[in-house]
Design a protein around this ligand. Sequence first.
Ligand SMILES: Nc1nc2c(c(=O)[nH]1)N[C@H]1C(S)=C(S)[C@@H](COP(=O)(O)OP(=O)(O)OC[C@H]3O[C@@H](n4cnc5c(=O)[nH]c(N)nc54)[C@H](O)[C@@H]3O)O[C@H]1N2
Ligand SMILES: Nc1nc2c(c(=O)[nH]1)N[C@H]1C(S)=C(S)[C@@H](COP(=O)(O)OP(=O)(O)OC[C@H]3O[C@@H](n4cnc5c(=O)[nH]c(N)nc54)[C@H](O)[C@@H]3O)O[C@H]1N2
Ligand code: SF4
Ligand SMILES: [Mo]
Length: 890
Amino acid sequence: MSEHIIKTTCPYCGVGCGVEAVIEDAKAHKIKIQGDKQHPANYGRLCSKGSALADTVSREGRLLYPEIKGRRCGWEQALTHVASGFNDIIAKHGRNAVAFYVSGQLLTEDYYVANKLMKGFIGSANIDTNSRLCMSSAVVGYKRAFGSDTVPGNYQDLELADLLVLVGSNLAWCHPVAFQRIRKAKENNPKLKIVVIDPRDTDSCDLADLHLPLRPGSDVSLFNGLLCYLAENNKLDMDFIEQHTDGFSDTLLSAQSEAGNVRHVAEHCDLPEPDLRQFYSWFAQCDKTVSLYSQGVNQSSAGSDKCNAIINCHLATGRIGKPGAAPFSLTGQPNAMGGREVGGLANTLAAHMELDNPEHVRRLRRFWNSEQVADQPGLKAVELFDAVASGNVKAIWIMATNPVVSLPNADFVKQALQRCDLVVVSDCIASTDTTAWADVKLPAAGWSEKDGTVTNCERRISRQRALFPSSGEARPDWRIICEVAKHMGFDEGFNFNSAAEIFQEHAALSAFENDESHGIRDFNLAGLCGLSERDYARLQPVQWPVTDRSGHGVARLFSDGRFFTPNARANFIPVNWRAPVNAPTAAYPFILNTGRIRDQWHTMTRTGLSARLSSHKPEPFVEIHPKDADRADVVDGGLALLESRWGSMLGRVHVTSKQKMGCLFAPMHWTEQLSRCGRVGATVNPVVDPYSGQPESKHTPVRVSPYIVRHYLFVISRQALTLPRFDYCVKVRGERYWLYHLATKTAHDDIAAWARTLLPANTPGRDPEWIEYRDTSAGVYRAAQLGDEQLQSCVFVSSHWQLPDSGWLQSLFSQGRLSQAERLSLLSAKPPKGQADVGRTVCACFNIGEQTLIDTIEKKKLTDVDAIGRCLGAGTGCGSCLPELKALLG
Ligand SMILES: Nc1nc2c(c(=O)[nH]1)N[C@H]1C(S)=C(S)[C@@H](COP(=O)(O)OP(=O)(O)OC[C@H]3O[C@@H](n4cnc5c(=O)[nH]c(N)nc54)[C@H](O)[C@@H]3O)O[C@H]1N2
Ligand SMILES: Nc1nc2c(c(=O)[nH]1)N[C@H]1C(S)=C(S)[C@@H](COP(=O)(O)OP(=O)(O)OC[C@H]3O[C@@H](n4cnc5c(=O)[nH]c(N)nc54)[C@H](O)[C@@H]3O)O[C@H]1N2
Ligand code: SF4
Ligand SMILES: [Mo]
């Protein structure tokens, strides 16, 4: 059978890697994934998540049919229900009583019609998106400075630069392929300096020449200090400032009034003065500087100001629009950029037009042929859910996002949805923390089933292509939205038959009256107007704007020093440091920082299906500095309770001096589907930036205490189990098994009898056998069920949190019959003498464990990561584990 290869794009991060999918068995959704060597975002590379895409396209857990109130129904009934529900509420309470909450994971075509329906035909701007939690501060920063939401640079600039400044970005884990590109660039150009500005010592520091672990939230001071330093040392580009910018002197004065001298700034940012000076002098010397910034900047009550503080330093040195020089905001989601292009935020219009510009509103009225186009901003995400809770918004349609997990004060979001008259959720997964509150569930086609376009960090538009037909009765989002629109009575604007037709309209709008006489808008796809279905099917990755008919895009904007402000000059924005809104107190003495881990994507609805991706960090955790751990009486490997004024979570304690004192870190990923109390969003303060409305997810005052229980246990089973309620419970996907980490405060006197009830009542397989061990006075019980001479399940209970490592036991589930020696070793959880224990997974691409690495390094006397790669393959796939490999080499 000849191989059938389809080129598409990875559905995860904003790097936007090109993927080649080889269809092995379309019926069984079996594919092989490889990087697309021709795609300019990755040239063939993929990270652990991209390479594991084949593990996540199964039909497991999919939402396959529409449901109303938990009961399956037909599409017609569901569409009528949603449309009449929305129409009734609009008729009774007005158009602002309804809202959409959408996502940077929709494709541009889905996003375009969602925005068109709400802003163009319902006539309200109550459509906001999870990009509010992600990119909205960056948007404000760019618009204030350039008059448009334009990312000036591109990935090639990372290779051309002499200085890369990572501000609040853990690129190594969050944009891994871009990070690998930088690793290569540094090998080729040893002069390239890398500075990481992040309170935590992350894996991104692996490449850093300098790490500045600044006081959380002090970035504005740091960059104001830099601006003053550049001025004092005559490192300003006065020609550029005079010819192409406005507002410089006010901005410098304002920075000077705050920053004082370098010593002062160093103290304020809690940094060693020589380190800060080193950074300032490198910045002063290197003309080719790219500042890459992400959520450590955006997710702050001063997020917009942080962005402008960075951009100010680039404008002051003329480092913009030139090869190797740019203030580069990294987008998180695969299509956060596309969302910005179609006006997915509640305070913008489509095609980079503005709600507060009457000419833009009139233009849209003409283009869409609708009198209803909204001219007032809608509610931003956090306000939107407040309005749902207060009853001002009575119907909400949530698409491709999981707000019960990802919004701050997430328990409040649950209450809001519970009170809402009509909650519609479109998702490809049946059971999520948000679908749990849906009145209507609409099954969306997932990645591998949808067609459309996405735009990555560097403005590059790429095609996502379907590999299979939709599962069950699922439909692509754009189709669902158009059907609802038509059922609401808006026939005219939604008669699209394909994603290509929507793209045509989107491109036409971007080019509509976009010329000197009407004013030029940055976002313009004139060169892609009128693409036929065939052209669209073959569309090659291209960077907007695409203005000429040759279809070539633009690699870099602002090369001519002209910006999209009325006078074509860029704006300096005077910004002053403000403290994060909620300061630590005696009752809540620590600052909680939240973010991402290497192998999971957001709320784990897809990456959580992959055993490979679930092994690096299998449990929710709290990272804490050793001195703070002593102070809080928590121990490495124990459980901790994290509490804020808003809510609480439980996690495993990781004690590490990579964490700054006074600061804790917890991952954002765990949900109620895979854990009990692992949802960090419940603790996060719902405080937002005054300009962007972006939540301050990196700074919540919390307290932490040991979580002491009566019984700690783990259970591993070939089949998924229905367990009774535990105080702590985490479910981990393994290769042919499920692993449960559990803990309970309820005392069980007969531990053996209780623990046995947790395993399957009937041991699967032939010749069922039980092996047991108990030490009642120590509270220890261990049991294994064997069937077909294989391990079927096991349970390990202790009154102490320190249970044996389960790594070797887990490995037995992908193995056939157990040997006599293995059976004898089972309840010690240690492999028989001479047999290796692989240990916890370090390299997810090749599934190589820590113990294998330690043993091989020792036995073969390996001294560098290349040697490890040659021996075991580890580190040669996505490269994300290289920092850990280096740490193991000592
Ligand atoms: N593996 C993985 N990759 C992803 C995602 C994922 O879920 N998993 N999600 C994608 C998405 S949507 C996004 S938005 C991106 C996010 O990508 P990143 O922004 O790189 O990731 P985060 O972990 O959210 O936060 C980045 C860093 O900000 C630091 N930080 C906290 N407070 C401050 C501060 O006050 N100042 C500074 N300078 N730094 C601070 C944190 O310590 C953290 O290391 O990742 C994308 N890529
Ligand atoms: N504490 C804390 N909270 C955060 C952050 C943080 O750093 N800390 N980061 C914030 C950021 S930057 C982001 S981007 C958000 C992300 O947070 P969310 O958007 O809530 O997270 P996802 O898990 O990506 O949710 C996507 C949902 O869409 C579904 N889905 C996938 N593909 C499709 C599709 O094609 N169609 C439809 N209809 N559904 C689909 C998935 O199954 C999943 O349920 O979290 C934010 N929340
Ligand atoms: S870096 Fe990884 S997650 Fe991001 S697009 Fe590429 S393969 Fe996907
Ligand atoms: Mo994001």
